[in-house]
Design a binder for this molecule. Structure first.
Ligand code: SF4
Length: 713
């Protein structure tokens, strides 16, 4: 008799790409994903998906594009060989124990990913701080949103985006700064587009050196010189003050520090800002008037503000506009940072998987906070020595101080700026562990030990999206080969390491499920601004995705600070007395162009996943260097001609593409391509690793470069 086909199952989960966090329904038959559709019941996306989400089924692989077994090499002259998973976990533990004995805990560093689930982060974090004894745990979210964290904390008192997606429909003025949301958060962009279609009186302003597709719905495009946002926003505040559009009552009742900032912005007249930003003074005035008089004003912002050596100042300058006008905590109003990655919010920020954070929005420099986390984990204390942030971690590895690097779910050999340094650091490390699902990332070239990781849709846990909404990620398939969920691999190493250095601590890592980890993690949010200690996987399964702070019997809080009380010691928000600082690397005669980077609509990060899908590569098949036609003429470069782009940190060769949407004097490249795709280095190799002193986020959005036609053509 014919064998009946396996039954079809449908599993509700979340898209694994951007921070919009769209709900998906994954249909499987046997070990195959048949299709992925939008989940109409998900409150953040209502069934909508973008091109990346719609093509998720095609990314699910169980072939040689996946890391299916653990691999180890005994020395750098050897090829890696497959080994049994339990041997690999033991090898990792032995090496960590040996390094701890010889060099101490600061010689070990962990580098994680905003793609990991909150439960993965919770285990890695405990492993680093409670078992290894180091705060050297950071994440690629450092490249993405640490300036947003720093901006929120320093002005509003906590890292909590105060708005929600519904505000797109309530806003009368939408100020989009440093975000091409048409490509980076497409489902939110479509929602905004629909809101604008329903309410043509809504004003939309886009601040960007490029006229991106997001500008298609804008009433005003402020084509700013890259990196000068603080001057622009200070000039807007200057206009708001001058024209009496600030809310003095709100400022007096709910804020501190306005007078000092008012004195400072006095010098940022629209004319002065025009000189700095290259934006017509009249447009600055018009934008400020709309901000102050249209009705609810909502700001949406992301990498253009964050990836900057003054990222915190840029975030704060934008938040100041909301505090000065009282445009926060009410429908349609607020400074709303859009997170780039699907779980930058849950893992790096809420679970504290960053060198500068502890679980539950705590601060590792605060002894009380350390004691609270230590007590929850059954420890006497946690390490005090400040941890190394992303760029510092690789710098310390290059300097020989960090000996063992454990990298999980990310591709720093392609994504970090100043690649020559990062790759030299990976070479210099004595032992590199790479925990990865895909077999072709550039970072794998440097791995001494590879741990096979499960990936979407093989994992179970939670993620938090940009509007503070926690959703269940559910496994629809078993992981292929020896691949395991990241938290299981981390626990496997942790228990073996504990057996070598502190046997009693093995019990800290005996979780039976991701649900159990979540309970422990959520408990650490109790009494904190984000409190979701009453949540569990079971509750999320029965009640659906929930926003934090979550009170089981209280009303939902889609918006924060409606009462004007902020989580600061005196309940008042803060204006920061900050001025405009130029970019870290100004254009020179040798390198006269400003290179900025961005996302393509259909690609994700270093293309480990989206690069597998032919439909997604059609939108842009090769990396091009975009130049304004006037600059191309001046540089004698023809359309399509190969050009060499050089930054002093790296060089690459790419076809030149005339792009009148770009501000003259600027160059642009999509961020996705590595050195495997073109002659010379990858795009980020050229990037500047100068960091914001407060957020430690590098200035990926601005490098001074030279561009010249290749002589041999
Ligand atoms: Fe996925 Fe973001 Fe697209 Fe939604 S908007 S489907 S979360 S990539």
């Amino acid at each position: 008799a014919a064998i009946p086909p396996p039954p079809i199952h449908t599993v509700n989960s979340v898209c694994c790409y951007c921070g919009t966090g769209c709900g998906v329904q994954v249909r499987t038959q046997g070990e195959r994903v048949i299709d992925v559709a939008g989940d109409a019941a998900h409150p953040s996306s209502h069934g909508r998906l973008c091109s990346k989400g719609m093509n998720l089924a095609a990314t699910v692989r169980r072939d040689a594009s996946r890391v299916l077994t653990a691999q180890l090499r005994r020395n750098r002259q050897e090829e890696r060989r497959p080994i049994a998973l339990h041997s690999a976990l033991s090898a990792a533990a032995r090496r960590l124990a040996q390094t701890l004995r010889q060099h101490g805990p600061q010689a070990i560093g962990l580098y994680l990913s905003g793609q990991l689930l909150t439960e993965d982060y919770a285990v890695f974090n405990k492993l680093a701080r409670a078992l290894i004894g180091t705060n050297n745990i950071d994440t690629n979210s450092r490249l993405c949103m640490s300036s947003a964290v720093s901006g929120y904390v320093r002005t509003l008192g906590a890292d909590a985006p105060p708005a929600c997606y519904e505000d797109l429909e309530h806003a009368k003025m939408v100020f989009i700064a440093g975000s091409n949301m048409a490509y980076a958060h497409p489902v939110l962009f479509r929602r905004l587009e629909a809101a604008k279609a329903r309410d043509p009186a809504m004003k939309i302003v886009v601040v960007d050196p490029r006229r991106t597709d997001t500008c298609e719905i804008a009433d005003l495009h402020l084509q700013i010189t890259a990196g000068t946002d603080v001057a622009l926003m200070h000039a807007m505040l200057n206009v708001l003050i001058w024209e009496g559009l600030v809310d003095h009552g709100y400022i007096v009742r709910h804020t501190e520090g306005f007078e000092a900032l008012k004195r400072r912005v006095h010098e940022y007249t629209p004319r002065a800002a025009q000189e700095i930003c290259g934006v017509p003074a009249d447009d600055i005035v018009r934008c400020a008037r709309w901000f102050g008089s249209c009705g609810p004003a909502l700001s949406l912002y992301t990498m253009g503000l964050n990836q900057s050596s003054s990222g915190t100042a840029k975030n704060a300058a934008l938040i100041h506009l909301h505090l000065a006008t009282g445009q926060i905590g009410k429908p349609g109003a607020g400074p709303f940072s859009l997170t780039g990655q699907p779980n930058a919010m849950g893992g790096g920020r809420e679970a504290g998987g960053m060198a500068t954070l502890l679980p539950g929005h705590r601060d590792p420099a605060n002894a009380e906070h350390r004691a609270e986390v230590a007590a929850a984990w059954g420890m006497d204390s946690l390490p005090e020595t400040p941890g190394l942030t992303a760029v510092e971690l690789f710098d310390a590895t290059l300097a020989g101080k960090v000996k063992v690097l454990w990298i999980a779910g990310t591709n720093p050999a392609q994504s970090l700026p100043n690649q020559a340094k990062v790759r030299a650091a990976l070479q210099r490390a004595e032992f590199v562990i790479v925990q990865e699902a895909y077999a072709h990332t550039e970072t794998l070239e440097y791995a001494d030990l590879v741990l096979p990781a499960a990936t979407w849709p093989e994992k179970d846990g939670t993620m938090t999206n940009s509007e503070r909404r926690i959703s269940r990620v559910r496994a629809a398939l078993r992981p292929p080969g020896d691949a395991r969920p990241d938290w299981q691999l981390a626990c496997g190493v942790a228990r073996r390491l504990a057996a070598e250095i502190a046997p009693a601590k093995a019990a800290l890592f005996r979780y039976r499920s991701a649900a159990e980890i979540f309970i422990e993690h959520a408990g650490l949010t109790q009494g904190r601004d984000l409190d979701y200690s009453a949540l569990s996987h079971a509750l999320l399964d029965s009640a659906g995705p929930q926003q934090w702070p979550y009170a089981p019997l209280g009303a939902a809080r889609p918006r924060l600070y409606a009462d004007g009380v902020f989580p600061t010691p005196d309940g008042r928000a803060r204006f920061m007395d900050i001025g405009y600082e130029p970019v870290a690397e100004r254009p020179t005669a040798r390198r006269p162009l400003r290179l900025t980077t961005g996302r393509l609509r259909d690609q994700w990060h270093t293309m480990s996943r989206t690069g597998l899908v032919p439909q997604l590569t059609r939108h842009a098949e090769e990396p091009c260097i975009h130049l304004h036609p006037d600059d191309m003429k001046r540089l004698a470069i023809a359309a399509g001609q190969l050009a060499e782009v050089e930054s002093g940190r790296g060089r690459l060769v790419a076809p030149a593409q005339p792009d009148a949407a770009l501000k003259p004097g600027h160059a642009y490249m999509p961020m996705h391509w590595g050195s495997g795709y073109m002659a010379g280095d990858g795009v980020n190799a050229l990037g500047n690793d100068a960091v914001d002193p407060l957020s430690h986020q590098p200035e990926l959005k601005h490098s001074a470069v030279s561009v010249r036609p290749l002589a041999w053509q």
